[in-house]
Design a protein around this ligand. Structure first.
Ligand SMILES: [Zn+2]
Length: 465
């Protein structure tokens, strides 16, 4: 019992002591690629057993294998970026960090570049920090047995490699590119990262793997769609918010058939969140919510959002689009027309700030999203959002709306809000939202901000009575 408690204390201390040394923690531009516990999001080639996680680090030791990043950040496809990895070698070890590469089942990765890891592996003269075979470093700037940070910066045709804040490579790809004769794919482009397991003698550890896609998003990152569910507590949510540098809007589900159906319950929720460093959000559910609560109490929330996933269909059946048994699609085209009508009337009639889970389709027709969301249907939804000053969520969980819709909505002057609609502790994991914002060039001007008292939709537009 005592041993177990001491162990727990030791873990807590290790986390508290280790965290501040990583500058990337709490900076929302730097995204973690490694959870410190599992190889989730990574895929090993040939000899999978070469990689394991020990004490918060990926240990590469065994027959040749490469561990490719295959997780959700930027869909594992990076063009311009900064990458930081903490690395520690043992005597006579070889490793490396590939970028702009792609998964291959066997052999040394053919595509992309390797930033070398080698402090004392004698038979290879290319030492730590080398841009392998392109601009090599002959003396390692660091030693075995000591953690060092390898920092790779790729921007346009330029590659910079820094070891513990000292620049060891500053290279620009010539035009046309002149890759080494036996490495024709060593050319800048885009791709993922890979960690190298070189051979059974080498042992190399990698940890604190953070990427900053470039250019960075130039507005504060907020997850406006967080629920305290799956056992997540308010204190935990606030701790995660600090750690990730992402502000959260915590939402209560309010409406018929949901826990909160009157002003008193709204009041209790507001009290619980009073004075905490988060936004207080109301998720309006179903279409009956407009009759359940007073304007005054609704206006005390920072913002109100709703989706178009709960409604009564043409035949009077309550329909929740995420529950297959409640969804009847006889004719997909007719269903779409009905759905678009519902969305437009919600955006037009209900005093909301954000339309969340936007363009969500039920599972039976979700595969046909791109065909069913025609230009004309998109235009109707975008038009209603813009006219009624309702922001459109870019939802990371469902990966909606599509890039095509976001581009059209931006062009039409719509505002956007990031949201996870978290299932549990995945709050703030906004990989899809960030990627879309970067691809579609969203700036601070395109982003939703909560309205001040007096200008909230429930105050300006009012509840339909
Ligand atoms: Zn929700």
């Amino acid at each position: 019992m005592i041993r177990k408690d001491l162990f727990a204390v030791a873990i807590v201390c290790a986390v508290l002591v280790a965290a501040p040394t990583v500058a990337q923690v709490g900076d929302p531009q730097w995204l973690s690629l490694f959870d410190g516990k599992t190889l989730d999001g990574w895929k090993a080639s040939e000899n999978e057993g070469t990689f394991e996680v020990v004490d918060g680090a990926i240990v590469a030791h065994g027959r040749r294998s490469h561990l490719f990043y295959a997780g959700p950040v930027e869909d594992a496809n990076f063009h311009d970026f900064e990458l930081k990895v903490d690395v520690m070698t043992e005597l006579a070890s070889n490793g490396g960090i590939y970028f702009h590469t792609q998964y291959q089942q066997r052999g040394w990765p053919a595509q992309g570049f390797e930033a070398q890891v080698n402090n004392s592996y004698l038979i290879d003269p290319r030492k730590t920090g080398s841009l392998y075979m392109v601009q090599d470093v002959s003396d390692s700037p660091v030693k075995d047995g000591v953690w060092f940070t390898e920092h790779i910066i790729v921007r346009g045709k330029s590659v910079i490699i820094r070891i513990d804040d000292r620049t060891v490579v500053d290279w620009t790809q010539p035009e046309p590119p002149q890759p080494p004769a036996d490495m024709p794919e060593r050319v800048l482009g885009d791709g993922t990262f890979a960690l190298q397991g070189h051979d059974p003698i080498s042992t190399v550890r990698y940890k604190n793997i953070y990427v900053k896609p470039l250019p960075p998003l130039e507005f504060p990152i907020v997850d406006y769609h967080v629920h305290l569910k799956g056992g997540l507590t308010l204190d935990e949510a606030i701790a995660i918010s600090k750690q990730r540098g992402v502000k959260f809007g915590i939402a209560e589900n309010c409406g018929l058939g949901f826990p909160t159906t009157n002003d008193q319950a709204l009041e209790a929720f507001l009290q619980k969140l009073e004075g905490r460093p988060i936004y207080r959000a109301m998720q309006a559910e179903g279409r009956e919510w407009v009759k359940l609560f007073s304007t005054e109490t609704i206006a005390r929330f920072d913002y109100v959002f709703t989706d178009a996933m709960t409604f009564t269909d043409q035949r009077g059946r309550r329909t929740r689009l995420w529950i297959p048994e409640e969804v009847q699609v006889d004719d997909p085209q007719a269903f779409m027309e009905m759905l678009v009508d519902k969305i437009v009337s919600i955006l037009t009639d209900e005093p909301i700030d954000i339309y969340v889970n936007p363009t969500f389709l039920p599972a039976v027709i979700a595969d046909d999203y791109d065909a069913l969301w025609t230009d004309e249907r998109m235009a109707r939804v975008i038009d209603a959002a813009v006219k009624n000053h309702v922001a459109i969520e870019i939802n990371a969980r469902y990966r909606i709306p599509s890039e095509r819709l976001i581009r059209k909505a931006k062009a039409a002057g719509a505002k956007f809000a990031f949201g996870t609609n978290n299932a549990g502790r995945d709050l703030g994991q906004l990989a899809y939202s960030r990627m879309m914002a970067r691809r579609c060039g969203l700036t601070a001007d395109d982003m939703f901000v909560p309205k001040p008292d007096g200008q909230k939709p429930v105050q300006t537009k009012g509840l339909p009575r």
